[in-house]
Ligand binder design. Structure first.
Ligand SMILES: [Zn+2]
Length: 912
């Protein structure tokens, strides 16, 4: 099969599969679903299916070139069309024909097919090479050029290091410069060739700079020598800021050489187009007349755009716009200032007539344009209404809070542009708009009226792109994407923040409105070096890796909670100097956060605590040192761990309501993982203890060598290790699969162990075991080491069960005291039923009056735990088991005034 046939067959298969296009008659494919308007109106030509077109030109007008959809078919030409001994330029020709839409018979002999080899990357590509006039060449890489980074084309490097085209253009060999009356000067060789297909004489200056002065001078000399008028030049460079500025410069210089000049510039719409793109679009307009009409229209628009670019005064520009589309009033920008055009035709005519008939010499020397400008100025048709230009970029919407903003770029004649938000209220009134402008860019002002503001903004705000926003950093479950500060990750792909400050993901535009925390993640994975893990292992061993596995789980906390309903908290304890802080700070660095460990919830205000809990998703929230040593006389500030209980399931942390702009309080869900790091184990209720994994770092294995390694980890630059978070989040699919498939079997294994009874403990530790498997996907954690880590986790689960079986430390303390005051049985050490505090007569019960306990304790100078907390905790007492907190007991020890056993209010426990 011929190259063209093979490619066509592949395209037809794909568009049938992807868009549901069906053969209709001999030459059409129809009834495809339009990706833009979703109507079944998409069609194409079955013999040349290179463009998909929506059949609703007015309502939708979607058209897209196949090469933009299936770029893989159009960027590896050596595979599509290999060169052969008989046809050494087959690959180059296929590229020119199918990727560029050229009639290659017109270009025969202009180019050769060559090869480029990048010795550093060790990859090569076929090229299409065009010789240049001064020697040297320009060539386009045509085999998956994105592999070569930014370089898609190259010049032969010259010994002087300057480009070989300086001052000289590339002229199509078929173009006779002596005959042309209008010569277009474009940037690329392919732009010039594209225009040539439409009978427009064009040369390529290879770039938007430098100015092709040598070629122009030669042309001027030759034309003058032959006594021919100089052709009119049309500078038609790309529509981007540098090229626009250059166009104005080159026009001025060319005029000095004696040329008359104009400019043409393709208006920028949703997609940046060049002349080659337009050529390919024109090819797919049905019907010769229609095609010619479309082409004329596009060129007329481009020339008008060029005229506006070359306008020398706001008056001239305003008048050009008025001539193009007569309206009584409108706004426009000139050199990054905003003007208002209001046309009073009678006044203008009167002034123009006056100027034409003027006796004054300075009026008589004016040419037509100058006279028009002067009349415009004198009739006051153009006034400045802002000393800057504001461009609406998109609309930002936060679904969670139901708030919205407009994001604008403010350009000034001098200085850098500024980008910031405007609220709807700030756009609704001229004074508010002015205030906001002054607030975001020093000295920027709007001095127009409310009507002018509205008329100026209306076209900008219409059909504005919507960008979703979140007010935290990290994962968003709603859109299945990680949104960090300047990087985002979705479905294993990393995206960079674009120049309008948002992420353009596969089918979603999104950004985070918060800059805190700032993660400095190095997107260059070549800079990432996983050698740190060996040092980490030497330094922290199995327990360090348990923390790392949990940390990895945090990066998937939201997905884990949607799989398993919960994600365990981790408690990391260790005496001072055990390396706890080093470990945590290092884990943060793996995620790009520097110089940070965590925050102390007892020191934070409720508002800042709420912010800390809500500002990240799929990242850890680390609480540090909340149970510090109590200072003499100072009231103890205990953090109420119970307020975290709901966070285990991802629900809002109690007491973290956040007031939004209205009056309602929002309770953001907990989207993160929770790590508690302190010197001693948490004293909390059983429900909290059940939710915790517990890692105890000790100084046991510390040696001078591990100390050096810890320092090495501390010094490791974030650029070299922050790639971890990208490697991990890009492995999302694999890691979640392991979590989904392995957790339940692990849970059964743990429950089968003799020491483990609580399902929640088994589940939490099963999650950690699956995460060790996940860790093996992103780190060089060998099977042997992984097995050691798993053993440690099983051991953690057993110990956790034991901790839960035990009473709260405060309760333990209390019973020790009661044992001392009451007396213990000498053989078993259990509470003596006949002791000094027990009132119960029934065997197996122990009844005490708390006030009496306090009195006796005071007599014996014993401290008693704080009463309100004790009363709460005693109800959880397991040994002895709590029965009742307020029972009237007929005392075995005390008598009343009538010498009868006294009735005493007691707390009752079961002692046997
Ligand atoms: Zn459509």
């Amino acid at each position: 099969m011929q190259m063209k046939e093979r490619l066509r067959a592949e395209v037809l298969t794909r568009i049938t599969r992807d868009y549901g296009l069906k053969q209709a008659g001999a030459s059409y494919m129809r009834k495809g679903k339009c990706p833009k308007c979703k109507k079944p109106t998409l069609y194409t030509f079955s013999d040349s299916p290179w463009m998909l077109i929506c059949g609703r030109p007015e309502a939708c007008n979607h058209r897209v070139h196949i090469k933009d959809i299936y770029s893989d078919l159009f960027n590896y030409w050596s595979e599509q069309a290999p060169a052969t001994a008989e046809d050494p330029a087959a690959t180059a020709r296929a590229y020119l024909e199918f990727a560029r839409g050229f009639r290659t018979e017109l270009l025969a002999g202009w180019y050769t097919q060559e090869n480029y080899w990048d010795s550093k990357l060790k990859i090569g590509s076929a090229t299409v090479r065009f010789p240049l006039e001064k020697g040297g060449y320009w060539e386009r890489l045509i085999d998956r050029p994105d592999r070569f980074g930014k370089m898609k084309a190259r010049f032969r490097p010259t010994s002087e290091g300057n480009p070989g085209y300086k001052g000289v253009w590339w002229c199509p060999p078929s173009l006779d410069l002596m005959e042309t009356s209008e010569l277009w000067v474009v940037e690329g060789i392919f732009d010039a060739i594209a225009l040539m297909h439409h009978d427009i004489d064009a040369v390529s200056m290879m770039s938007s700079a430098p100015f092709p002065d040598q070629s122009l001078k030669t042309l001027a000399e030759q034309r003058r020598a032959a006594d021919k008028r100089l052709p009119r030049l049309v500078f038609a460079l790309d529509n981007e800021p540098v090229a626009r500025a250059n166009t104005r410069r080159w026009v001025k210089q060319a005029r000095e050489l004696g040329f008359t000049c104009g400019a043409a510039m393709i208006p920028q719409r949703d997609k940046k187009l060049d002349w080659n793109d337009l050529h390919q679009r024109w090819q797919f307009v049905e019907g010769d007349d229609e095609r010619a009409k479309q082409r004329e229209l596009d060129i007329k628009n481009a020339r008008h755009e060029g005229d506006l670019l070359l306008a020398e005064s706001p008056e001239e520009k305003g008048l050009l716009m008025y001539d193009w589309e007569p309206r009584r009033e409108f706004s426009f920008s000139f050199k990054n200032r905003l003007y208002w055009f209001k046309f009073d035709i009678e006044k203008y005519d009167r002034i123009l007539t006056d100027l034409e008939n003027s006796e004054r010499e300075q009026d008589q020397v004016l040419n037509d344009r100058e006279r028009r400008d002067k009349a415009m100025r004198q009739c006051g048709a153009v006034v400045r209404i802002a000393n800057c230009y504001t461009q609406a970029l998109y609309w930002m919407r936060n679904e969670q809070t139901d708030e919205s903003w407009y994001y604008f770029r403010v350009d000034r004649p001098e200085g850098p542009s500024v980008k910031n938000t405007f609220t709807p209220a700030q756009l609704a009134s001229a004074p508010e708009f002015n205030k906001r402008l002054m607030g975001i860019d020093a000295g920027a002002m709007f001095t127009g009226t409310a009507m002018q503001l509205q008329r100026f903004l209306e076209p900008q705000l219409e059909r504005l792109k919507t960008v979703r926003t979140i007010d935290w950093v990290g994962y968003t479950r709603e859109y299945s994407a990680y949104v960090f500060n300047d990087l985002a990750v979705q479905e294993g792909k990393v995206y960079k923040l674009n120049k309008e400050d948002f992420f353009d993901l596969a089918d979603l535009s999104i950004k985070s409105q918060t800059h805190s925390p700032a993660l400095q993640i190095n997107a260059d994975l070549d800079a990432y070096d996983d050698a740190w893990f060996e040092i980490f292992w030497q330094c922290f061993g199995v327990r360090g890796v348990v923390v790392l596995a949990w940390w990895l789980g945090c990066l998937f906390a939201e997905q884990i909670r949607s799989l398993h309903k919960s994600y365990l908290f981790l408690e990391l304890i260790g005496e001072a100097g055990s390396g706890k802080s080093t470990l945590i700070e290092f884990c943060w660095k793996l995620c790009g956060r520097q110089e940070y460990e965590g925050f102390d919830p007892t020191k934070a205000t409720p508002a800042s605590r709420a912010r800390n809990f809500a500002q990240v998703a799929n990242l850890p929230v680390v609480l540090i040192e909340s149970e510090r040593e109590q200072q003499e006389g100072a009231p103890t500030k205990h953090y109420d761990w119970d307020e975290l209980k709901t966070a285990y399931n991802g629900r809002s942390v109690r007491s973290t309501g956040v007031k939004n702009s209205g009056n309602e309080t929002r309770e953001p869900p907990f989207r993160a993982g929770l790590l508690v790091a302190q010197n001693n184990a948490i004293k909390a209720s059983e429900p909290i203890l059940q939710r915790l994994g517990h890692v105890n770092l000790t100084r046991e294995h510390h040696t001078p060598k591990t100390k050096l390694m810890a320092e090495q980890l501390e010094r490791m630059p974030v650029e070299k290790i922050s790639g971890f978070i990208l490697k991990a989040t890009c492995a999302e699919a694999g890691i979640l699969k392991l979590l989904d498939e392995h957790t339940s079997p692990y849970e059964q294994q743990l429950l089968a162990m003799p020491g483990i009874r609580t399902v929640r403990i088994a589940k939490n530790h099963a999650q950690l075991l699956s995460l060790v498997d996940g860790l093996q996907l992103v780190l060089p954690l060998g099977d042997e080491r992984a097995a050691l880590v798993r053993e440690e986790i099983a051991d953690m689960a057993v110990k956790r069960q034991q901790a839960i079986n035990a009473d709260h430390p405060t309760v333990r303390e209390f019973w020790d005291l009661v044992g001392y005051l009451n007396g213990l049985l000498p053989d078993s050490g259990a509470l003596d039923p006949d002791g000094h505090l027990n009132h119960a007569r029934t065997t197996g019960t122990f009844a005490i009056n708390l006030n009496e306990v306090i009195e006796v304790a005071a007599l014996k100078k014993q401290q008693i735990p704080q009463m309100s907390e004790l009363k709460r905790l005693l109800k959880t007492s397991k040994s002895p088991k709590f029965i009742d907190s307020n029972r009237a007991v007929n005392s075995q020890r005390l008598l009343n005034a009538f010498d009868k056993p006294k009735t005493v209010r007691c707390w009752v426990f079961q002692i046997a």
